[in-house]
Design a protein around this ligand. Structure first.
Ligand SMILES: *Cc1c(COP(=O)(O)O)cnc(C)c1O
Length: 432
């Protein structure tokens, strides 16, 4: 399987180049040249398979550069947790994607990417330094994915005082080959420092740098697996569910659309958004107008210019009508999100985090407007409610149990290197 750039279909590269380059040289995003359709008998066999067997079945066509045993190892090690589908109400289900080490769905992508990169670089002797600017979830998932992987060192930059206490603990208590840098500045400063590092000739001569960021194809491939696993857990080969995806950078939605195109029977996607509604507006009017993100309760969805938008355009050959046929968009305010957290507790005795709550609202709207209630509907719960303990407790009136792996991080001692937002200082520290 080859991968091409969304900016140039004739630029085709191997999986290895797509993963190690991250972004194509022309600035485009890599996408698979074809999405091979799984035969009907394979689809029908999915309900009898384990999550890792499903993962292998879906990953195989993309990873034909790897021997089966290597791919199987990567999957077994990376996906050592489940994605259970829980019934919430009449034909309504939650797919829990927070059972990984950092309690967010980004663990699927980050852990798979780390192990795949490790295998692809298995003959390299020089250490790869991964630079990540983070405002929360991404940093801890990437760091945890690469934690003590031989051949990798991780440097996380986060804005001092601008991440939640839980997030800061998750970023600064990992240790090992992971260093957290607390930047006296904003998230934009962190991003600027990372970008500048990549263009600094002297740094690039001394160190091998990678960003391992969210647009890497290695993060999207494993996200296809749980769409297939969700369908399989319905345990009804005639089911064609509607799936609601809490959306920010649109990576999760893109992976779902790829799974659907590979033959997983999904009727329709619901793209759930908060006040950052650029993609909602596109679905309404056909106009794409990126803008600055505004902060909300569901902060991992605060994206004003979603990078995977161009992957979605490419998938549908830039055909607006076809995109609208596949995706229903909806957006909600923070007040509505708070009410939803309360309602989900009252109606279903389920504690949902703010991201999942936006997904729930969007699914509810879609079902009332468009879909017969008999069709199964699935909302993706992208983070554990304990990551947003305060607001969930306030809205539901319930105590949120904190999983042991989060308690451990909270009890750990913060360790961070404090730097100004000046590049020369960052560079000197990085080289020293
Ligand atoms: C990253 C994230 C999202 C948004 O996912 P995208 O793939 O960027 O659309 C939603 N919820 C949570 C908890 C996240 O961490």
């Amino acid at each position: 399987m080859k991968f091409y750039s969304t900016k140039n279909k004739s630029l085709r590269v191997t999986l290895k180049d797509a993963v190690l380059q991250g972004l194509a040289v022309d600035g485009g995003l890599f996408v698979p040249e074809t999405l091979p359709r799984l035969p009907a008998d394979v689809i029908e066999a999915l309900p009898a398979m384990s999550f890792r067997e499903i993962a292998f079945t879906l990953a195989k066509p993309f990873a034909d550069e790897l021997p089966d045993s290597a791919l199987q190892n990567i999957i077994d090690e990376a996906l050592s947790f489940e994605a259970p589908l829980r019934p919430l109400g009449e034909n309504l289900f939650v797919l829990e994607l927070f059972h990984g080490p950092t309690l967010a769905f980004k663990d699927f992508g980050a852990r798979f990417m780390a192990r795949l990169m490790g295998w692809l670089r298995r003959h390299e002797t020089k250490e790869l330094v991964i630079l990540v600017a983070t405002s929360g979830d991404t940093g801890s998932a990437v760091a945890s994915g690469f934690f003590n992987r031989p051949g990798f060192r991780v440097v996380l930059l986060y804005p001092s005082g601008m991440v939640s206490e839980i997030q800061e603990k998750q970023l600064t208590t990992i240790g090992g080959n992971v260093t957290a840098v607390e930047v006296q500045g904003t998230f934009d400063d962190c991003q600027r420092l990372v970008k500048q590092a990549f263009t600094d000739a002297q740094l690039r001569q001394t160190l091998t740098l990678s960003s391992a960021n969210s647009i890497n194809i290695a993060r999207l491939i494993p996200q296809m697996f749980y769409y297939a696993a969700a369908w399989a857990q319905l345990n009804d080969v005639t089911a064609r569910p509607v799936v609601s995806v809490p959306s920010g950078n649109l990576g999760n939605l893109t992976a779902g659309l790829w799974a659907q195109k590979s033959g997983i029977p999904i009727e329709r996607f619901v793209a759930a958004m908060n006040a950052n509604d650029v993609f909602f507006e596109y679905l309404q009017k056909g106009l794409y107008m990126p803008r600055k993100a505004v902060p909300t309760l569901s902060n991992a969805m605060d994206v004003g210019n979603p990078s995977n938008f161009f992957r979605i355009l490419d998938l549908f050959d830039y055909n607006y009508a076809r995109i609208c046929d596949h995706i229903y968009g909806a957006r909600f305010t923070d007040d509505e999100t708070r009410q939803a957290i309360a309602e989900i507790w009252q109606k279903h005795a389920y504690l949902m985090d703010p991201h999942g709550a936006v997904g729930y609202l969007a699914l509810d709207e879609f079902r009332r407007k468009e879909s017969p209630a008999r069709r199964p509907a699935i909302v993706l719960e992208t983070a554990h409610p304990a990551k947003f303990k305060e607001v969930v407790e306030e809205c539901s009136g319930q105590r949120v149990p904190v999983p042991e792996r989060l308690q451990k991080a909270l009890a750990g001692e913060k360790q961070a290197v404090v730097l100004s937002n000046r590049f020369d200082e960052f560079k000197q520290w990085l080289m020293g």
